[in-house]
Design a protein around this ligand. Structure first.
Ligand code: ADP
Ligand code: MG
Length: 693
């Protein structure tokens, strides 16, 4: 249960004094439903109004706060001229100008003879000072309502800056002091403020440095968030470890046969990953391991050997792929190897129906199928294993944590191996998969040729097509990927269809089209034709993004490359360079290129190392955007920015694990404070894993 001390922070924003229901709705839309959300809505900039010169000394172009007496009003003759209010002090006169000013409103605001304080940008014209549309006006008696340094917040239409500032200040006044959850020693060394003063400070920046993500108050809050994240993950991880697992130790007989049948030797990285996996499986606790490796780094065979380990020990294994195409491709790859091992492998997707399906399910329940490959159809209740020992999940970011658990619930103490071809920066691995152990395939199978990567403006389309015509004549096969436009599949499709028609005209009939709206069987047919070489060019929307393997394809064209993320482009490029031939990747872009797009394309030309690309991606985009947060299931941070606060993450992880070692149930005073921290960041679920949670 949420501690009472936090109640005011989780009250609805509408409870803030002075925020009526209408404004509260806007604030909620902007920041979130709770008072705390508003407090985490941080200023984006400041306006310094502290310069308060006499009129004659006001610098041209500077924001000034002037104290002046109103002399006269000059209504404009025509609508194209501004309404002018002349005001002065003993050194000179300033004209306050308002285009389309309402005379009634202005006379009330500027009574003749009254002293007022106005703040805004002063400009000099022909020796005359002007202030167009002052930002702030107040009668002299209320001068203190004009902040010396004004905080500026991101806003939504209909919500005035002043209102938001006021709401923040009102909310801040009611913020409780919370017990310190940071390690006192660490805290003292950082020289950071306590929690409440930190919160007050981030809302009262006095200069640009205070706005920086590196400002002490901001770093403190960021650390709190990272600590909550790491502590929660550590608790989840411990919980998973507590669930009973089984010691799975095969005798190596099936694996020996497969290794014999493989036309190559395992790379060192593959061997090491397998050692880690076998050790996990042999342990009494459940395995929860992430296998990261670039496209083409050879994850499939690692998965197969792990699955055979389970089968040798008398269990079954499941391999789950994100798409139909990939499931069938896995089947194709694994069938000859499973035959060599002498075990039965099968595939189950939503397309398998009727009698064949019933028979398959029967063989599965009887334990005759050793390895079952499938899509999310594997989740269905009717799919029952005799004894599932290992679940391998390919391309993790398409599945959520929840689904991961669903699959592992289909057996007793099922070990889980998650494979992802999206290299994730180390920092992000920690925040998102802190509950998992990680193996990385950093070394590629030998004989891979580097892909010649070029960036070309789209105006040179005809040249590109001519180049492809030449390559095809030499026997090459090419992918042509059409851009992802907005959210609309309709538009994607139109672009791809149009390009397909154009290439048909330019290259002849051996050009195929595959897109997300096609029936699976149609898709498969086109893919198969491309794999078999009966078509030379495959125009595709991004359905080919994941996993597809056609080693003979040596050309990858990506249209509107500037619209893709780095990781996505890297994945697409990974489709080529898989066979013996030299490969080319042409990234077509539309001008003008923004600086970020330019930097992205430059990185792709420079390196093929997925892990490095992922780090650069993080640097260029910020953590939230890497991989597309929503799809990837990566956490979004409110206060921490991993591109800047990445150094704090490792500290937070160590801090969390050390604390749990010393104080496993968070019962010490610091432990209690850390519970409050978990609730503050809504990690309530993690608290439940504690005794007396
Ligand atoms: P991933 O799933 O990681 O993208 P795959 O498992 O599909 O990569 O492997 C890519 C290609 O590399 C496959 O054709 C596979 O047969 C081959 N391969 C895998 N391991 C090795 C190795 N150790 N040596 C040579 N080729 C390998
Ligand atoms: Mg794969």
């Amino acid at each position: 249960m949420r501690p009472a001390i936090l109640y005011p922070l989780f009250a609805p924003v509408g409870s803030i004094r002075g925020l009526g229901p209408k404004l509260a709705k806007l604030v909620e839309k902007l920041a979130g439903p709770h008072v705390l959300d508003l407090l985490w809505h941080l200023p984006s900039s400041i306006v310094d109004r502290r310069l308060a010169p006499k009129v004659a000394e006001a610098p041209d172009g500077a924001v000034c706060t002037l104290t002046v007496r109103v002399d006269r009003h000059m209504a404009p003759a025509t609508n194209r001229q501004p309404y002018r209010v002349c005001a002065s002090d003993e050194t000179g006169t300033v004209e306050l100008t308002y285009f389309r000013g309402q005379p009634g409103w202005l006379s009330a605001l500027f009574p003749i003879g009254a002293w007022v304080v106005v703040s805004g940008r002063v400009e000099w014209f022909n020796g005359r000072a002007q202030m167009a549309h002052p930002d702030q006006v107040a009668p002299l008696e209320e001068a203190e309502t004009i902040q010396g340094v004004e905080t500026v917040y991101p806003l939504v239409a209909g919500l005035a800056s002043k209102v938001l500032r006021k709401a923040v200040q009102t909310a801040l006044a009611a913020v409780p002091e919370l017990p310190e959850w940071q390690d006192e020693h660490w805290f003292q060394r950082q020289g950071w403020p306590r929690w409440k003063p930190a919160l007050v400070a981030v809302h009262a920046p006095q200069d640009e440095a205070d706005l920086s993500l590196e400002a002490p108050a901001r770093r403190r809050l960021a650390y709190d968030e990272l600590l909550a994240n790491q502590l929660a993950l550590a608790l989840v991880r411990r919980q998973q470890r507590r669930l009973a697992g089984r010691a799975v130790r095969g005798d190596g007989s099936l694996r020996a046969r497969v290794l014999e049948a493989l036309p190559y030797a395992l790379t060192g990285a593959q061997g090491q990953a397998l050692d880690e996996i076998y050790a996990d499986m042999a342990a009494e606790r459940r395995m929860l391991r992430l296998l990261q490796g670039d496209v083409g780094s050879g994850k499939t065979v690692v998965a197969l050997l792990a699955m055979l380990n389970a089968v040798e020990a008398g269990h079954q294994a499941a391999l789950m792929a994100p798409t139909e195409i990939l499931a069938r491709q896995h089947l194709e790859t694994l069938t000859p190897l499973c035959a060599a091992a002498g075990i039965e492998v099968a595939v189950l997707t939503s397309r398998d129906k009727g009698k064949a399906r019933a028979q398959l399910l029967e063989r599965l329940a009887a334990g005759r199928i050793g390895i079952l490959i499938g899509t999310h159809a594997l989740f269905q209740d009717e799919v029952g294993f005799a004894d599932l020992g290992l679940a391998v999940i390919d391309e993790q970011h398409r599945f959520g944590v929840h689904q991961r658990l669903q699959l592992s619930n289909k057996g007793r103490g099922v070990d889980v191996l998650v494979m992802t071809a999206t290299p994730i920066p180390r920092t992000l691995t920690l925040t998102a998969y802190g509950d998992m152990d990680v193996s990385r395939l950093t070394e590629k199978p030998p004989g891979r040729k580097p892909v010649d990567t070029r960036t070309i403006p789209i105006d040179r389309l005809e040249e590109v097509v001519a180049g492809i015509r030449r390559k095809i004549a030499e026997g090459a096969r090419a992918y042509w990927v059409c851009p992802l436009v907005e959210e609309s599949e309709q538009i994607d499709l139109a672009a791809a269809t149009e390009r397909h028609a154009y290439l048909l005209g330019a290259l002849g009939s051996r050009v195929g089209l595959v897109h997300g709206k096609m029936k699976p069987s149609e898709k498969d047919a086109v893919m198969a034709a491309f794999a078999a070489g009966s078509i030379d060019v495959l125009v595709a929307t991004t359905v080919i993004e994941v996993g597809v393997n056609v080693p003979e394809a040596t050309v990858m064209v990506v249209e509107h490359a500037e619209r893709f993320g780095l990781a996505q482009l890297h994945q697409l490029r990974g489709r080529v360079g898989r066979g013996a031939g030299a490969s080319t990747c042409l990234l077509l872009f539309d001008q003008p290129l923004g600086p970020t797009a330019r930097a992205r394309l430059a990185i792709l030309r420079e390196t093929e190392d997925g892990f490095r690309i992922a780090e650069e991606d993080l640097r260029l985009r910020g953590a939230g955007e890497v991989l597309g947060t929503r799809q990837s299931g990566l956490p979004e941070f409110r206060l921490a920015d991993l591109a800047v606060h990445g150094d704090l993450l490792a500290v937070a992880r160590d801090d969390a694990s050390l604390q749990l070692e010393r104080d496993p149930e968070l019962e010490t005073p610091r432990g209690q404070a850390l519970r409050t921290l978990l609730y503050l960041f809504e990690r309530d679920q993690a608290v439940r894993y504690l005794r007396s949670g």
